[in-house]
Design a protein around this ligand. Structure first.
Ligand code: NAD
Ligand code: TYD
Length: 350
């Protein structure tokens, strides 16, 4: 049966790579991208698939029950891949309720819309919830996050994502919805909004602005190239077992300060600057409140059971990423000036 897949948050960083992969790889599927176009949603991320016959964009908020109902019916949605979320930890510290509204309420709203539309045929349809490793909390004494590591979220962002994961499991248990969840480590790559560490540093190095390193820069993150996450989502969607959870990561841990220094040295080379020039921009700033020390994913299950593994080493991925930002100055200009928000009305009308 041909599928009509609702991908939420498809105009964001990871969602745009997932939408592009599905539209191009599966011409028989209809891909409906539902996105509210918050500050993080940018349709310029999807220029490659705009106008493709199996791609449809719907501007809607997952908090809007009637809009969801109408979209399920209009496109006869067969499956959901849910990525829409508020995603930035620092914003969750200043405005936790925005995270409850989208990540918790919005997810439950979406579950309800799917449950109502699929009714007594729930087992024919998949609700795939995309989540984060941050739900497991912060590692202090070595070790890795496994699929059965107890949830211990430490920030308003991770608490809201943990809550949404619990609701998805509750719907599977209570209503027998067919669900799957994946929890991924930090992503990097093209289309990443420059409020997050890697794109922010690339932008600031280029424009000679300070590089704000929180605390002493000793916190550790486990980085995965975004297109490898999109490939993993494709794998879990097609091969994942009902009710299961899959951790996604590349066994690639870095201290923040080491990543920032790596970006500085690579960009000195690319920009023809004397070695050591950009490192002078490093500025240690006040630490993030409740800053998680270390995240590290054990991705053995998805590798062994579903045969997925990352296609790129970090060295290659970071080169591709820096080059993408240097070659896509328009994208960066539009994002930093806010001009990207006009794109919707220019292309789709008001
Ligand atoms: P992002 O912030 O770049 O994009 C989020 C998208 O969701 C945007 O297009 C935004 O417009 C849309 N959106 C936000 N609120 C909405 C609402 N109420 N209704 C409809 N659309 C809405 O986020 P991202 O980094 O691409 O993350 C996508 C998903 O992957 C999130 O669920 C996030 O928790 C998860 N995740 C992210 C990472 C990471 O490193 N970025 C790692 C693991 C998991
Ligand atoms: P971020 O990209 O916000 O992702 P997350 O908080 O979800 O892991 O931050 C990655 C790491 O970099 C995190 O430990 C916080 C740190 N950081 C800085 O040191 N300076 C910055 O300006 C930002 C945005 C993050």
């Amino acid at each position: 049966m041909s599928k009509s897949i609702l991908i939420t948050g498809g105009a964001g960083f990871i969602g745009s790579h997932v939408v592009q992969l599905f539209v191009e790889k599966y011409p028989d599927y209809t891909i409906v991208n539902l996105d509210a176009l918050t500050y993080a949603g940018n349709l310029e991320n999807l220029k490659a698939v705009e106008g493709t016959s199996n791609y449809i964009f719907e501007k809607a908020d997952i908090q809007d029950e009637s809009a969801l109902k109408a979209i399920f019916a209009k496109h006869a949605i067969t499956d959901v891949i849910h990525l829409a979320a508020e995603s930035h930890v620092d914003r969750s510290i200043t405005d936790p309720l925005a995270f409850v509204k989208t990540n918790v309420f919005g997810t439950v709203n979406l579950l309800n819309a799917a449950k109502e539309f699929w009714k007594d045929k729930l087992s024919d349809h998949l609700f795939y919830h995309v989540s984060t490793d941050e739900v497991y909390g912060s590692l202090h004494d070595g070790g890795f996050f496994l699929e059965d590591t107890p949830y211990d979220p430490q920030s308003p962002y991770s608490a809201s994502k943990a809550s949404s994961d619990h609701f998805v499991r509750a719907y599977a248990n209570t209503y027998k919805m067919k669900t799957v969840i994946s929890n991924c480590s930090n992503n990097y790559g093209p289309n990443h909004f420059p409020e997050k560490l890697i794109p922010l540093c690339i932008h600031n190095i280029k424009t000679n602005k300070p590089l704000p390193v929180y605390g002493r820069g000793e916190n550790v993150r486990d980085w995965l190239f975004v297109k490898d996450h999109a490939r993993a989502i494709d794998t879990v969607f097609h091969k994942g077992k009902e009710g299961e959870t899959y951790n996604i990561g590349g066994f690639n841990e870095w201290k923040n300060i080491d990543i920032v220094k790596l970006l500085c040295s690579k960009m000195d080379e690319k920009l023809g600057r004397e070695a050591g020039t950009s490192e002078k921009l490093i500025t240690y700033v006040k630490d993030r409140a409740g800053h998680d020390l270390r995240y590290a994913i054990d991705a053995t299950k998805i590798q062994q059971e579903l045969g997925w593994e990352p296609s790129l080493q970090f060295e290659e991925g970071i080169e591709i990423t820096i080059d993408w930002y240097l070659n896509n100055q328009d994208w960066l200009d539009h994002v930093t000036s806010g001009a990207y928000q006009k794109y919707y009305s220019e292309h789709y009308g008001d």
